[in-house]
Write a protein that binds this ligand. Sequence first.
Ligand code: BES
Ligand code: MN
Ligand code: ZN
Length: 479
Amino acid sequence: MNITIHSGNWEELDVDALAVPLAKGSTVDAALDARLGGLPGELIDTGEFTGKAGACTLIHRVPDSAVKRVFLIGLGEAPMARHWFAAAGQAVRAAAKAKCRSVALLLPPDACARLAAEGAGFGQHRPSGYKEQKPWPVEEVILLTTGDQSIADAGRITAECVNLARELVEIPANDLGPEEFATRAAREGEAAGLEVEVLDENDLRELGAGALLAVGQGSVRPPRMVRLSWNPEDPVNDDHLFLVGKGITFDTGGLSLKPANSMEKMKYDMGGAATMIGAITAIGRLQPRVRVTCLLAMAENMPSGTATRPGDIITAMNGKTIEVINTDAEGRLVLADALTYANRLGATHIINAATLTGAVSVALGSVRVALLGNHKSLGDGIALRGRECGERYWPLPMDADYLEPMRGDMSDLRNAGADRKAGTITAAKFLEQFVEGTPWAHLDIAGTAWFDKAQPNAGKGASGIAVRTLVRLAEGWGS
Ligand code: BES
Ligand code: MN
Ligand code: ZN
């Protein structure tokens, strides 16, 4: 799907469809309204189209033109980045449904072409590989606005990498265990021009990655750690940003087995790693002037005769001992070693993403990503980049008191508290014990990595949350 910018008039184009994003209370461009015999104005006056976010009203044909469909798309009352992003995706999906080959988006002259291009690309994603599908009909998306083509290209590349993250999350665990995941991550990393390293179980043993190995030991599919590095020729400073991802290819809970209905979705438990793969491959292709390394901790959490038992005491890579109270609190264990490894490799800043706790859905639902950490300006930077691209974050507190439930009786730490209170925060306090004071932010994406129902701009499935934020953060690093 090509995404181009055209700063002229839609009448100059030969397109199948026109999409017109409209805020509540605004009107259609007068020339277009006239060409449609005043129909859009009438639809608005009668309240048939209100501009409500996610609304889409279809008009058939513009007389004496090639245009077969016009979509009026609601932006809501006070359109923000996420509304523009969503409207672009919705337009592309509506065009595809109507079997249009090309669609032009009527945007304001100063519109954010980057966001619209990202949104359009995002709208193209469909689950793939397991069900027969008709070919995708939309070949051309034209953004009617000002701006250089390179902006649309960056948006398209970013969206392709978001969609890679989504595709990876949607692959079922029978086809994506740690080894397959590592191989695929390495392949994608190479294609994006990154330095690639895959550590197998023997390498991990040598490194003393006792926590990652303990999580993986119940599975016949051994753990992996993957490193993907972007080394720019001319970095703005000496910073080295690390992107660390939880890559549990399936989370049964281990011997602390999950009930069936809580287990169903757990192929998505590598969503943090998928997000980081999306971000680092976009970074490799867009080449921002900051050093970035991605570390992916991959394991399958299974119950078996070789599985870690509740009560087992394990030793993490940094030498800290951890009593495994609950084998279902495995994400923090694999991340513990990846965070230690990030520091060993010289991290100056660390961001990790993980589908870490069910509690984050209780706190924030599927609306916002929980943002925790030890460094105010890093967290603020993430939230700011999120606002710019329409991904929402919310900070949670990190008082020292929240570490108390995680202190061990017989070990340095325990991986779960006695109750579920503040589960998202206590998990983050556990992670903090492995960052060695390096500026660090933790994104708990358990509530936001998966759309439980179809959205105007996406089907049911993986959301690719946080990829776009992290790409922007890297692009703007040092400014
Ligand atoms: N992958 C889950 C987090 C999760 C749970 C996501 C439910 C979506 C829905 C994680 O590994 C987990 O199981 N966390 C436990 C931790 C608890 C045992 C301390 C949880 O949140 O219940
Ligand atoms: Mn778990
Ligand atoms: Zn998990």
